[in-house]
Design a protein around this ligand. Structure first.
Ligand SMILES: C[S@@+](CC[C@H](N)C(=O)[O-])C[C@H]1O[C@@H](n2cnc3c(N)ncnc32)[C@H](O)[C@@H]1O
Length: 249
């Protein structure tokens, strides 16, 4: 995959993207990355990218021109045709794991981070394919949102996460939350580890983990189970889990 990020704070993007999974993906060439600063495409010597809103009111608005020119340059440099252009916005579709899964299949992506009061509406209408929000709150800029999206997408690319199995059973991948994890020491401040994990019976461990995933989802995010089709075995397990919780509460 190739991704272009449009932002007036390129160093902020670089700092985040040099680290962790995304940094590794870029270093290994699994993810091509380029950053475009709208100030480089401004039409005046002051590198102006914003102006006062028509109609008055507080704050500044990012101008369509430098943003459009940045996106055009990103499209020109993208090694594949027609990268999907995403504007990060609190007004966008809520970003979810299933959207991350979809974006991870794309060959090219351009992420546009706004600032100030937002960006000129004509830029959104003409240049973007999708608006994505990372939650119902307002950030001061789209950079962190763009990095959230890119991180969630990059870790799904083939070869980026060491063991692909670790991705398959993570929270939200199949409509459930992840099961609990434990590591050494075997006893921490008087708290042990569930016996079943120490007995080496892999099918029993698998069943325990499935039950735990169902149990946690039921307790922490019951809304997720409403939209999920459960197999007969999962349904039986869930009933068992609910009975156990009922008995212990
Ligand atoms: C202060 S916000 C502008 C908010 C805009 N006036 C509104 O109320 O819809 C500045 C920039 O931050 C980014 N942003 C803010 N909240 C976001 C969110 N929840 N998800 C994605 N991007 C967000 C957008 O790129 C936006 O252009």
């Amino acid at each position: 995959m190739w991704a272009g990020v449009v932002s007036i704070f390129p160093n902020l993007i670089r700092t985040v993207l040099n680290e962790g999974v995304v940094g590794r993906a870029v270093a290994r060439g699994d993810l091509g990355l380029a950053i475009f600063d709208p100030r480089d495409y401004a039409e005046d010597n002051h590198r102006t990218v914003d102006d006062r809103p028509f109609g008055g009111g507080p704050g500044m608005v990012m101008m369509a021109g430098p943003l459009s020119a940045s996106v055009s340059e990103a499209r020109r440099l993208c090694p594949t045709e027609n990268p999907v252009t995403v504007y990060l916005s609190p007004q966008g579709t809520r970003f979810t794991q299933s959207l991350a899964n979809e974006l991870a299949t794309l060959p090219g992506l351009v992420l546009v981070a706004g600032r100030y009061e937002g960006v000129d509406e004509r830029f959104i209408e003409r240049e973007t394919d999708l608006e994505l929000s990372i939650g119902d709150f307002v950030l001061s800029g789209g950079e962190l949102a763009a990095m959230v999206v890119l991180d969630a997408v990059a870790r799904l690319l083939p070869g980026v996460v060491g063991n692909p199995d670790s991705i398959k059973c993570e929270s939200h991948m199949d409509g459930l939350l992840d099961f609990p994890h434990y590591t050494r020491p075997r006893e921490f401040d008087g708290d042990g580890v569930p016996d079943i994990l120490l007995q080496g019976n892999h099918s029993a461990i698998e069943e325990w983990r499935q039950k735990q995933a169902l149990c946690r989802t039921w307790l922490k995010r019951p809304d997720m189970l409403l939209g999920k089709e459960l197999s007969q075995a999962e349904r039986a397990m869930l009933m068992e889990v609910i009975d156990t919780i009922g008995e212990t509460s």
